[in-house]
Design a protein around this ligand. Structure first.
Ligand SMILES: C[S@@+](CC[C@H](N)C(=O)[O-])C[C@H]1O[C@@H](n2cnc3c(N)ncnc32)[C@H](O)[C@@H]1O
Length: 240
């Protein structure tokens, strides 16, 4: 007789403040027999794990290593290895959760796990519990409406610099740019070229120790930004 696979839960634990995990997410984490958390192979540091530990002190979590590279020949074996480790638990019939910072469906390692594990076990039941994203937390703490009336907003990545902003700026009144750390110099240049330096707020480490909100983005010229940084950009400015 074959054992039915357990359910995999993808749980968003919110952007940093442990109070911003959802009641549902926490309920799931209390109910599963195994919790996985992503870590970078360099430092084994998982903010999601720290948030869970505040609510479930002493709970054991297994770390899955997600390399910080774009090299598919490194990424794909790591994703398969991670999927295999999760499947090992599910094959016993146990439920497992994978915790992720913010929301699991927004620039999250959960999507790599989901895709890989579904390619191996297409019938696996996966349930995703949404989380409060970094930019919803940033919008709240700076009292910034993301979109009003007929306006739209774009969510873009700044991981490769300011080109995504240059591409979409004519089509949107509001832009949220995540990953504004590595190529902040080019992101700054794009804001300057587009006349948006006075129309942006930079928020780093929202809800975490060292949180900063910078409304004078010009003061960031030439600075190194922390990994957990984003920009809220409003073409009409921030006058409420
Ligand atoms: C891999 S993405 C994760 C996004 C996450 N899943 C979410 O729902 O917000 C990492 C980027 O999210 C943003 N981020 C995540 N947490 C943040 C925080 N507490 N404060 C500011 N930015 C944050 C930063 O732009 C960071 O570079």
């Amino acid at each position: 007789m074959t054992t039915e696979l357990g359910t995999l839960y993808g749980v968003g634990v919110g952007p940093g403040d442990p109070d911003l995990i959802t009641v549902k997410g926490l309920k799931i984490l209390k109910s599963v027999s195994h919790i996985f958390a992503a870590s970078s192979p360099k430092n084994h540091y998982s903010l999601a794990r720290n948030i869970v530990s505040v609510h479930l002190p002493g709970v054991r979590m297994e770390h899955l290593s997600f390399p910080m590279t774009r090299d598919r020949s490194v990424l794909e074996p790591a994703w398969r290895e991670n999927a295999g480790r999760v499947l090992k638990v599910l094959e016993k019939g146990d439920d497992a959760a994978f915790v992720t910072l913010g929301d699991p469906m927004t620039y999250s390692t959960f999507s790599y796990l989901l895709r890989t594990i579904k390619s191996i076990a297409p019938d696996l039941k996966v349930v995703t519990i949404p989380g409060i994203t970094s930019y919803h937390a940033a919008a709240a703490l700076s009292n910034t409406p993301l979109a009003e009336g007929e306006e739209s907003f774009h969510l873009i990545s700044g991981a490769r610099g300011g080109d995504n902003l240059r591409k979409i700026i004519d089509t949107s009144e509001n832009v949220v740019m995540l990953k504004t750390y590595k190529h902040f110099d080019d992101i700054y240049r794009s804001l300057e070229e587009l006349g948006l330096l006075d129309c942006a707020i930079s928020i780093s480490r929202a809800g975490l120790q060292g949180q900063t909100t910078v409304r004078e983005v010009r003061s960031l010229k030439g600075q190194e930004m922390p990994y957990l940084s984003l920009l809220l950009i409003k073409k009409k400015g921030f006058h409420l």
